[in-house]
Design a protein around this ligand. Structure first.
Ligand code: ADP
Ligand code: MG
Length: 265
């Protein structure tokens, strides 16, 4: 027997404070006299430790939602609390700072810097975050170990496979120990075997207590997620899966203690 609830579809979940808390989010794109209503009232809670897939047809608002969740853009209306902080009214400048501390991005096309070694690509957020050099070195090596690429540290992105490049991008996304890992079609450019490696890595991060939000067309990836949120025409039309896990991680997140010295908070 399931109890009925008055809560909107996007807001069911566990008892912990949500890391993502959106209410009434709308986004209108205007170009000249044309207005496109890309999001039409999104209520979404994501709790720490959830693995959420966002699915929906092309044009349903997935990328728009990801841009807002990731503080790359601001909503036309509505409120957004990220990790306890109200961010919907902030300037893009302030958002850039929050983004570097709270969000780890993974993109379909990897977005590694081609002239930098694998090592330096993973190190970059730590440099921007003001992490001291010795701590950076430890952190980069532990991240590369975790994604199974310590032996590729000196390679350029052009010298590794697509699947390896995406694992480097995931290591980079984890570098600052963000509150959320946000991925937009992370397996979209990969063959089946490499895509499966990347999915295994996401599943492992989930087991370790990471919070993951992944936009995908890939049913295999959506099946890995504990919860699937369906968008259509800028609205959440379905939201199913496991409730948020209780906040009792069996192992600490990789990398041990949170990194100190990340600049102003
Ligand atoms: P999805 O990622 O699900 O394919 P998007 O979020 O990219 O959907 O787009 C949602 C709607 O908003 C679509 O109608 C799209 O054409 C429109 N849209 C997206 N970005 C812009 C933009 N920068 N300017 C105008 N319209 C946009
Ligand atoms: Mg898209």
């Amino acid at each position: 027997m399931t109890a009925t609830t008055a809560r909107p579809a996007g807001t069911r979940g566990g008892g912990t404070a949500p890391v993502i808390e959106m209410r009434g989010i709308r986004k209108v794109y205007r170009s000249g006299r044309i207005a496109v209503e890309a999001l039409r009232g999104i209520d979404l809670d994501v709790h720490p430790g959830e693995f959420v897939a966002v699915v929906g047809p092309s044009g349903s608002g997935k990328s728009t939602l990801m841009n807002l969740v990731g503080c790359l853009d601001t909503p036309t209306a509505g409120t957004y609390r990220l990790d306890g902080e109200e961010v919907s009214g902030l300037t893009l400048d302030r958002l850039a700072d929050i983004r570097n501390r709270k969000i780890g991005f993974v993109f379909q096309g990897f977005h590694l810097l081609p002239h930098l070694a694998v090592y330096e690509n993973v190190e970059l957020p730590l440099v921007y975050g003001g992490v001291p050099a010795r701590r950076r070195r430890e952190r980069v090596m532990e991240l590369l170990e975790q994604v199974g690429l310590a032996d590729r540290a000196a390679h350029r992105p052009s010298e590794i496979s697509g699947g390896q490049a995406q694992r480097v991008a995931i290591a980079r996304a984890l570098a600052m120990d963000p509150a959320i890992i946000l991925a937009d079609e992370p397996t979209g450019n990969l063959d089946t075997a490499s895509g499966s490696d990347v999915m295994d890595l996401f599943s492992e991060l989930h087991r370790r207590g990471r919070t993951l939000v992944v936009v995908t067309h890939d049913p295999a990836l959506a099946r890995r997620a504990a919860r699937v949120v369906h968008l259509r025409d800028g609205r959440i039309v379905d939201d199913h899966g496991e409730p948020a896990p209780p906040p009792t991680p069996q192992e600490p997140p990789e990398g041990g203690p949170r990194i100190a010295g990340r600049g102003p908070s």
